[in-house]
Design a protein around this ligand. Structure first.
Ligand SMILES: [Zn+2]
Length: 140
């Protein structure tokens, strides 16, 4: 990550920063490191893990830079977050597969019905493009 001081945008709307930071805080833990990093702007301890949404990898302290210092994310990453949140907002409940995928008396899900669920769900969650996890461009 370049010097975060060069990426501060004091005009960036605080409510927009808040939902971006909230998204960043809800990544899955991809890695844990010994000892916390320190914020490069205020020196507070700022996390020791890497988080991911399956497309991007970022240090858990990135939300602090966004929320508390108004450090702008790369446009590509910001647009990815917007698209992911919109996709979540657009999801519809489908109770029909619960009935189709009922379990057998032994508790096992019938293979043919079970196989349909991830295929349908997977399409909803597929993301296009984006950087690969571990891309150093997304690291602070
Ligand atoms: Zn800071």
């Amino acid at each position: 990550m370049p010097d975060p001081a060069d990426l501060v945008d004091t005009e960036w709307d605080v409510s927009e920063r808040a939902w971006v930071a909230d998204y960043l805080d809800h990544g899955q833990v991809a890695a844990s490191w010994m000892g916390a990093s320190r914020c490069r702007l205020c020196s507070r301890p700022n996390g020791s893990r890497d988080l991911s949404d399956g497309s991007y990898l970022w240090p858990e302290g990135l939300s602090h830079y966004v929320l508390d210092h108004a450090v702008r994310l790369p446009a590509e990453f910001f647009e990815h977050i917007e698209q992911r949140l919109q996709a979540l907002d657009d999801l519809q409940r489908d109770g029909t597969w619960w009935r189709r995928a009922h379990s057998t008396p032994t508790g096992a899900v019938r293979p043919t019905e079970h196989a349909q669920v991830p295929a349908n769900q997977g399409r909803k969650w597929r993301t296009s493009g984006g950087m690969q996890p571990n891309d150093p461009a997304t690291h602070a």
